[in-house]
Design a protein around this ligand. Structure first.
Ligand code: PFF
Length: 452
């Protein structure tokens, strides 16, 4: 199969399904299955869910559409898109920030993805000891502190390289078309299983019954940050992917579908995890270790637990692979567009740098604890800088750029395919991009920097 190219010679996704599968593939990842349940668990369940939905619709969707307008309009990478719409050199900085964020995120994301691969393979061979919560905890600590995470991170990164090196249509599109439906099937199997657990009712009440007294500023800001991370916003990822959309792809519809499916996966992860947590007497607010320590422990008590555990970590692996592909594609496309690298050389450079950074992150948690800044391991530093500073900043810049710099008529053309269909929400969209999104994002930014 040859790469499909549009008139400008740029690769394009071959179908509407592919546009959705790839953007959903990017959005659905560790953020939904690993991060969402522990965030919801620590912030009051149903109350968090409601805030998360509100932000995903009011902030996430407008910023997602803004990234789509920049990417499909310019048919360029995250750096080139700013230069396409504005001659002011200052906006190029937003492009550099996006590339920097993508490299830092690759570092810690690939390490967690490496853990999922390790748990998947070890569950398959019955090598995971979860006979008690203490055994599970010990195993997790030993695993993250040793050399294995380095090896598994490299194995994971090679899978990522393999897909990216095959190109946009033969690699990214084909893999997303196959893996995304598979991911939904595995999720459904787990949801059905969850339904049969004794703690199903209690788990559902925790996830869906909103106790409004639990909403405080940390719930609001946590939910906004989660919506942002989960929709892959603020680092040019959706600019890059939408630059491969066809002229006929409907941007508003694609953004709504992506948000709906992404949120559905987050909710399904809650439906899988909370009944299990309540059935066996764990605490829903166990934090980041919820998935890695609590769940395998639960699988251990189930009939054919090894199979369930393998399947669950396979699900996490698939979700993290399609997201990592999209993160690395940001830098790859900058190298091919701006620096005229061949696809092969660009992929090798982007993945090579990503592997080095992720090895350093994995080492910082175990064998080389000196890889730290101010006593905090490099892994946590990169997570903090990318998720709490660079992503909100990038999202705010993109929202301001599309709201204030790009001509409203151009936005209308992009949203209506040159007037082929109506768009009644142009005014509110521009209002949100100009005012609501930047102010809300500024609030998360100030909160996560400890300034408010
Ligand atoms: N959205 C992904 C997740 O929920 O795991 C993470 C992510 C992917 C963040 C791509 C940023 C990005 F550019």
């Amino acid at each position: 199969m040859k790469e499909l190219n549009n008139k400008s010679g740029r690769a394009v996704f071959g179908s509407r399904f592919a546009a959705i599968a790839t953007t959903v593939g990017s959005a659905v990842g560790l953020g939904n299955i690993w991060r969402f349940p522990y965030e919801a668990g620590s912030h009051g369940g149903g109350a968090f869910l409601i805030c998360y939905f509100a932000f995903a619709i009011m902030i996430g969707v407008p910023v997602l559409i803004a990234e789509f307008i920049m990417g499909r309009g310019s048919r360029s990478d995250a750096m080139g898109a700013y230069a396409y719409f504005s001659k002011a050199k200052g906006w190029k900085i937003a492009g550099y920030l996006a590339v920097l964020a993508s490299i830092l995120i690759t570092g810690f994301y690939s390490v967690v993805a490496g853990w999922t691969l390790e748990y998947c393979v070890e569950s398959m061979f019955g090598m995971v000891d979860f006979s008690s919560p203490e055994a599970g905890h010990r195993q997790f600590l030993e695993m993250t502190a040793g050399w294995q995470p380095v090896v598994w991170t490299v194995v994971f990164s090679l899978c990522n390289f393999y897909v990216l090196a095959r190109g946009v249509t033969k690699g990214i599109e084909r893999v997303s078309n196959i893996l995304m439906p598979l991911l939904f099937v595995i999720l459904l199997v787990f949801c059905v299983h969850s339904f049969m657990l004794p703690g199903f009712g209690e788990g559902m009440r925790f996830l869906f019954y909103p106790d409004f007294s639990k909403i405080d500023s940390s719930t609001l800001l946590g939910a906004l940050g989660q919506a942002f991370f989960s929709l892959s916003l603020g680092m040019g990822c959706m600019i890059t992917y939408s630059s491969y959309f066809t002229d006929k792809t409907r941007l508003g519809q694609t953004a709504m579908t992506t948000m709906a499916l992404d949120s559905a996966v987050a909710v399904m992860s809650g439906v899988i995890i909370f009944p299990a947590v309540f059935s066996y007497g764990f605490s829903p607010s166990a934090g980041p270790t919820l998935v890695f320590e609590v769940l395998p422990n639960i699988f251990y008590r189930m009939a054919a637990g090894g199979v369930w555990s393998t399947l669950f970590f396979l699900l996490l692996f698939v979700a993290s692979l399609t997201s990592t592909i999209s993160i690395t594609e940001i830098f790859t496309s900058v190298l091919t567009d701006q620096y005229k690298f061949s696809r092969k050389k660009a992929t090798m450079t982007a993945c090579g740098i990503g592997i080095v950074v992720s090895i350093l992150c994995a080492l910082s948690l175990g064998p080389c604890r000196s890889l730290a800044i101010g006593g905090t391991p490099l892994f946590d530093v990169l997570d903090y800088v990318a998720s709490n500073i660079l992503m909100p900043l990038g999202g705010m810049l993109c929202s301001i750029f599309v709201g204030w710099v790009i001509d409203r008529r151009y936005i209308r053309e992009q949203l209506t395919d040159n007037g082929a269909y109506p768009c009644r929400w142009l005014r509110p969209l521009v209002f949100f991009l100009r005012w609501v999104c930047p102010v809300a994002i500024l609030l998360i930014f100030l909160d996560s920097s400890g300034l408010i």
